[in-house]
Design a protein around this ligand. Structure first.
Ligand code: ATP
Length: 304
């Protein structure tokens, strides 16, 4: 048995290594594909002035295919250190804004700038270094929790990893697992819930400590305690940062500096939460609807 166990165990490690390399390769090819679409201009310099990283979209028009425009003349500003939230139905173009800010694609028309510099004029690496993304569905590496958090800043010490995990309120959970930070996660390891994965992603981003944050709120249903916890983490992660928050629950956006309501690639309403409620338009209707659902928690099974 023992003899059999060792090679099998070895195979398991080997499988993990190969799987990991495949994930990395896959990522590399995806990035290479995109590199071809967005190349640095000859002599491009890195972004500067990141102490005041105001983000500006000016008359942005974009389509994944030239024949189908997705964003139509979108303009907004995220003043340095403020949070702008985007809400709207599925397919209205919210995530596309995030992809464009990260410069996965270049624009057909208009301009996106960070600290006054057009992101097409500076190096792509410096744009990506300046931005931390907490995606909707975090893909974790088949590796330890520690590796997954430290990925945000290679070379981070264990104490720094733990501090980030505490700030993202995932430390106690990690400590409660038998192997703590050495617990394997991912497909082959401990399965984490959507909320837990998102907290690992928040910890990773806190460790990277970028001046700009993109937070794509998970659409998956959370119980209200979990929802409140994630919102509190988001708030602490976004403090002092210039943040673009793509929200699916309106309770996430009430404190935003500005809320953009998108529909079919256009901003149809904008303002603070009280301003939008007072307008009595689309946002106010969405708010009333979500309140109604919230007040009838027994109406639907929680899915737990
Ligand atoms: P959700 O709330 O469901 O995440 P969203 O508002 O973020 O939706 P986007 O993902 O920005 O919407 O998509 C906007 C439109 O762009 C949709 O019509 C979608 O089908 C299209 N789209 C998104 N990604 C691609 C792509 N890679 N290639 C072609 N079309 C795409």
């Amino acid at each position: 048995m023992i003899q059999l166990y060792i090679p099998l165990n070895f195979l398991g490690v080997l499988y993990r290594e190969i799987k990991q390399s495949l994930t990395d390769l896959d990522k590399m090819f995806t990035l290479m594909e995109r590199e071809r679409e967005v190349a640095d201009k000859p002599g491009a310099l890195p972004l500067s002035g990141l102490e005041q990283p105001t983000v500006r979209f000016e008359h942005v028009r974009f389509g994944y295919e030239p024949s189908r425009e997705i964003l139509h003349d979108v303009s907004f500003e995220i003043p340095a250190g403020k949070t702008v939230a985007v809400v709207g139905p599925s397919g209205s173009g919210k995530s596309t804004l995030a992809r464009l800010l990260f410069r996965f694609y270049d624009l057909q028309q208009g301009r996106i700038s960070i600290a006054g510099q057009d992101i097409r004029e500076v190096t792509q690496a410096s744009v990506r270094q300046a931005i931390g993304i907490v995606p909707q569905d975090t893909v974790l590496f088949n590796d330890t929790v520690e590796y997954n958090i430290a990925y945000g800043r290679p070379g981070a010490t264990r104490a720094e990893v733990e501090a980030a995990a505490r700030a993202a309120r995932i430390h106690d959970f990690i400590e409660s697992t038998p192997k703590g930070y050495q617990t394997m996660v991912g497909e082959r390891g401990l399965k984490l819930s959507g909320g837990e994965k998102q907290r690992v992603a928040i910890a990773r981003t806190l460790l990277k400590n970028p001046p700009i944050l993109i937070f794509d709120e998970a659409t998956s249903a959370l119980d209200s305690a979990n929802e409140r916890a994630i919102q509190a983490e988001l708030k602490s992660a976004a403090r002092y940062k210039t943040a673009l928050v793509i929200a699916h629950r309106l309770s996430t956006v009430v404190d935003a500096h500005e809320i953009l309501v998108m529909e079919a690639g256009r901003i149809i309403e904008r303002g603070t939460h009280p301003q939008l409620l007072a307008q009595g338009g689309r946002y106010a209707a969405m708010w009333a609807l979500q309140r109604q659902h919230r007040d009838q928690p027994q109406a639907e099974p929680s899915g737990e």
